[in-house]
Design a protein around this ligand. Structure first.
Ligand SMILES: Nc1ncnc2c1ncn2[C@@H]1O[C@H](COP(=O)(O)OP(=O)(O)OP(=O)(O)O)[C@@H](O)[C@H]1O
Ligand SMILES: [Mg+2]
Length: 477
């Protein structure tokens, strides 16, 4: 390995061009590589966290390796972590490509230490990140300890979808090397359902740079038969794995409610008239309507709680969603109860719901009939008890209403949750629930709010009451 000052200088000059965004490609080992426009954008970005996602073969890993090489060669004494889930993925899948591109006189690979050291003092530390996220607690601690001793200029992770957010967060705290022009996390992924969707795309955090690329963006470097094979799949597959589209609805194979209905609801989205006590109001109380209120309670910090107020003409007129204690949630319920003329409250009574039901038992609360085996008779219980069967009934009820275009929902979060509300095998979810990393609280309170509410029933009730205003009137069905 050469350690010559002239070479260090030469690469530093390339570094200056890199910092100015003037590198279109690079010659290494006598081969000239041209970057695709997407690759160039990724390589040029000096944003703290860069994520390059997209279709198969769209040139993500190549761009990642090129940037890794440039940041090692252009900035002397840099220290960079290169990780994948397992160390064997790094050595088997990444290193052969890296060493094919990198001239052998520039580096030494210390196999035992898992370190690549360069002529200019830069080092790449190879790491299997799985040690930080699974296994015994003491192993996780050890791995985290090892990370804590690092002062990194950058970390590079290929296939971020395999990595827990906690690992990413731990690495972000290591980016504090001072002798390099910028510090950075560079990552790639395919469109998958995992935490980075929220972090980079949905609730974009600051200091992030997100870039999509399609297989077609890299077609110059691929063979036609490879592309033909990829295109020989269903539309949704091509959308995701060729075009690289990353959106919640494309990630889901078996959503509970039909896409066409969700699209119709989405078209209704609008801003609330106002927000009062943290509750979004979409339509004020009308004396000629009756109302129902669905409540999905949750214990404070784990999941949000959600309230949906539904009018007898099928509109979701108000909502609340937030991380809140049960006493706090009871206050919200009481507030909306007064605002909407004492609607029938349909709270889930499982788990955290028991305390909620206890707190609102003097209001008008939905009663379910429960068969008491010992006494061989039906008894009334407050609230909606969710089990596998009653959840199916709740879903079927809403599905029926969707078919007649009865529900009108205006808030975006509920619609988004519908898009990720799937049939699942996860025991806890009782047949259906949110995809991993998504919530379904707004869906659940909405389904509860529409429970057994339909135009016919509203009409029958109105008739029974001789067309008098029907608020406060329905209880059983
Ligand atoms: N600028 C380039 N010049 C030459 N070859 C390239 C270039 N970009 C990508 N390639 C080649 O194209 C092929 C696909 O690129 P790459 O492996 O980076 O895709 P990818 O997006 O990581 O795919 P996957 O999603 O399957 O991991 C590889 O053989 C790679 O070497
Ligand atoms: Mg790749």
């Amino acid at each position: 390995m050469q350690t010559n000052a002239a070479l260090v200088k030469e690469w530093q000059r390339v570094g200056d061009l890199l910092l100015q965004g003037k590198i279109e490609g690079i010659e290494l080992n006598g081969i000239t590589y041209h970057f695709t426009p997407k690759q160039k954008a990724f390589i040029d970005s000096q944003q703290r966290y860069c994520l390059f996602y997209g279709g198969f073969g769209s040139g993500k890993t190549f761009a990642l390796l090129m940037k890794l090489i440039l940041m090692s060669l252009c900035f002397p004494k840099n220290r960079i972590l290169l990780g994948r889930q397992y160390l064997s993925d790094v050595t088997r899948a990444l290193l052969p490509d890296l060493f094919e591109i990198l001239p052998s006189n520039l580096y030494k690979y210390r196999v035992k230490d898992n370190i690549i050291s360069f002529f200019n003092g830069s080092e790449i530390i190879l790491m299997g990140l799985d040690a930080m996220q699974s296994g015994t607690e003491s192993n996780i601690k050890k791995a985290q300890q090892k990370i804590k001793s690092l002062n990194l200029g950058a970390f590079f992770i290929d296939q971020l979808e395999e990595i827990d957010k906690e690992v990413f967060t731990a690495l972000t705290t290591r980016l504090r090397r001072t002798n390099v022009p910028f510090r950075q996390g560079n990552m790639t992924c395919n469109p998958a359902n995992f935490w980075a969707y929220k972090y980079f795309k949905k609730d974009t955090k600051k200091n992030t740079f997100l870039l999509q690329s399609s297989t077609m963006d890299n077609k110059e470097n691929l063979t036609q038969d490879y592309i033909d094979d990829l295109l020989d799949h269903s539309d949704i597959w091509v959308e995701r794995y060729v075009k690289g589209t990353w959106s919640p609805d494309i990630l889901v194979d078996s959503i509970v409610f039909g896409k066409e209905y969700i699209a119709k609801l989405k078209a209704m989205v609008k801003k609330p008239l106002k927000v009062r006590q943290g509750c979004e109001i979409y339509e004020e109380y009308k004396i000629s309507r009756s109302y129902q209120m669905g409540v999905d309670p949750s214990e404070g910090s784990v999941d949000p709680s959600s309230i949906s107020v539904i009018s007898s003409d099928g509109k979701k007129v108000a909502k609340y969603n937030g991380f809140i204690t049960i006493p706090g949630l009871i206050n919200k319920v009481q507030f909306l109860y007064e605002e909407y003329g004492h609607p029938l409250i349909i709270p889930e009574s499982n788990a955290a719901g028991a305390a909620l039901v206890e707190g609102i038992k003097d209001l008008r609360v939905y009663k379910r009939l429960q068969f008491n085996y010992r006494e061989k008779r039906q008894t009334e219980k407050l609230g909606f008890w969710t089990d596998y069967q009653s959840k199916q009934a709740l879903i079927a009820n809403f599905q029926k209403l969707l078919r007649i275009n009865y529900p009108k929902i205006y808030d975006e979060n509920t619609i988004d949750e519908f898009m990720t509300f799937i049939w699942t095998d996860v025991a806890r979810q009782k047949g259906a629930g949110a995809q991993r990393n998504y919530h379904d609280d707004d869906v659940m309170s909405t389904l509860l709010g529409y429970w057994k509410l339909s135009p016919e029933i509203v009409a029958i009730r109105a008739a029974r009451k001789n067309y008098k205003p029907i608020n406060k009137k329905f209880q059983y069905f």
